[in-house]
Design a protein around this ligand. Structure first.
Ligand code: FMN
Length: 189
């Protein structure tokens, strides 16, 4: 198994395709990967930490400040800082679905939540699987951000054409689970 003992950080953002990530987590686990999920606050509207925690068999991370709670006196910090430990232990970071918002934030170095901060901190390869309405996908600002990130060696699995959840038809549907899984396997082999 190519992914045996490999750690994949899966960042899930606030898009309707987030529900497909439940399946993606199962597929990656079947390949032997250790999957750790980071949800954005928006993503919590689409999938629950409980579902992803159960499927990934690991705690799900949302809040950047969750591990910084005061520790009992004379005790060492029991948990490391999440964005650093997740960034360091990753063999790959997969962002699926990647919203227009997260792509823009990463392209501009914005680190205002756990996911964007972890992406900024990691030395591991990062792969985005964008998913959005076709109007958003064809917006020149979105395309400019993607071009900028590709120039910086960030990886992308382009969305497919088809019927979109918003009722539109066009490009913007997240690549299928099998294609995403294969792209990740290729990246960490
Ligand atoms: C029902 C619904 C579906 C959405 N789907 C998408 C989507 O597929 N792609 C996207 O880029 N934004 C989508 N959005 C907008 C994002 O949730 C919004 O831009 C949010 O700020 C993204 O935050 P995040 O990148 O931190 O997860 C959707 C919003 C709603 C209410």
């Amino acid at each position: 198994m190519k992914t045996k003992n490999k750690t994949i950080i899966l960042g899930i953002t606030g898009g309707i395709a987030a529900y497909k990530c439940c399946d993606l987590v199962r597929e990656l686990i079947k390949e032997g990967a250790d999957v750790h999920v980071i949800l954005t606050e928006s993503a919590k509207h689409f999938v629950t930490p409980l579902t992803l925690q159960t499927l990934s068999r690991n705690p799900v991370h949302v809040d950047m400040f969750a591990t910084l709670a005061p520790q009992p006196a004379n005790e060492k910090m029991s948990h490391p800082v999440d964005h650093v430990s997740l960034a360091d232990k990753a063999d790959a970071l997969l962002i699926a679905p990647a919203s227009a918002n997260v792509i823009a934030k990463v392209a501009h170095g914005i680190c205002d939540d756990l996911l964007t901060t972890t992406i900024c901190a990691t030395k591991a390869p990062v792969i985005f699987a964008p998913s959005m309405n076709s109007g958003m996908w064809t917006n020149p600002i979105v395309q400019g951000n993607i071009k900028h990130l590709k120039n910086l060696k960030y990886n992308f699995i382009d969305p497919e054409e088809g019927e979109l959840a918003c009722g539109y038809s066009g490009v913007g549907r997240m690549a299928n689970t099998k294609s995403i899984k294969e792209a990740v396997l290729k990246l960490i082999k």
